[in-house]
Design a protein around this ligand. Structure first.
Ligand code: FES
Length: 176
């Protein structure tokens, strides 16, 4: 029996990816570059995007999936608007990063690698940002937060959420 052709929506994201694939055709081994671009465009690599890449590059879907699952920077699930990256390198570990990760998991109701149901936060870990003097350290999007402890970390997360919710929503704001 012949497989049904996959329906790929003709939207701006796919057009952008298609253009990139066209430009990458003569590059040796373009798959990883194409997947990087696809993740940048879509935020993650759902099955539909994998099919599209496989079809456009004329490679088996299993190969695309194999590459995605081999490298941990590729994501199969959607990510949140804000990415938390807590360092679990030696200096940060010694200074209590594992306690911080536990309270974050509890606060957000997710495990490392997960995304909150409202897609606000994705929780990840990393190995050393080269800021060991500030241990324990996390990157919240592009911003570095150092000398963390569980309370300070939770306050940072709650404050960002409150800020996103709008004025007057800041939690734990100290009155002076
Ligand atoms: S070990 Fe965490 S920043 Fe270096």
């Amino acid at each position: 029996m012949e497989a049904q052709p996959l329906h790929i929506p003709d939207n701006a994201h796919y057009q952008e990816l298609k253009k990139f694939i066209e430009a990458s055709r003569n590059v040796p081994g373009p798959l990883i570059q194409v997947l990087h671009r696809a993740q940048k465009i879509f935020g993650y690599l759902p099955l539909e995007v994998q099919h599209f890449v496989a079809r456009e590059l004329n490679v088996p879907l299993a190969k695309v999936f194999g590459v995605i699952t081999f490298y941990n920077f590729f994501r199969l699930d959607p990510i949140g608007d804000h990415i938390i990256n807590l360092c679990l390198g030696t200096a940060c570990h010694v200074k209590g990063a594992s306690d911080i990760i536990k309270v974050m998991e509890k606060e957000l109701g997710i495990k490392v690698g997960g995304t909150t149901a409202d897609r606000f936060y994705t929780l990840s870990t990393a190995r050393c940002f080269g800021a060991c003097g500030l241990a324990p350290v996390m990157m919240l999007d592009e911003e570095v937060h150092g000398r963390l402890n569980p309370q300070k970390t939770i306050k940072i997360l709650r404050d960002l959420k409150a800020e996103a919710a709008g004025p007057g929503q800041t939690i734990n704001k100290e009155k002076k």
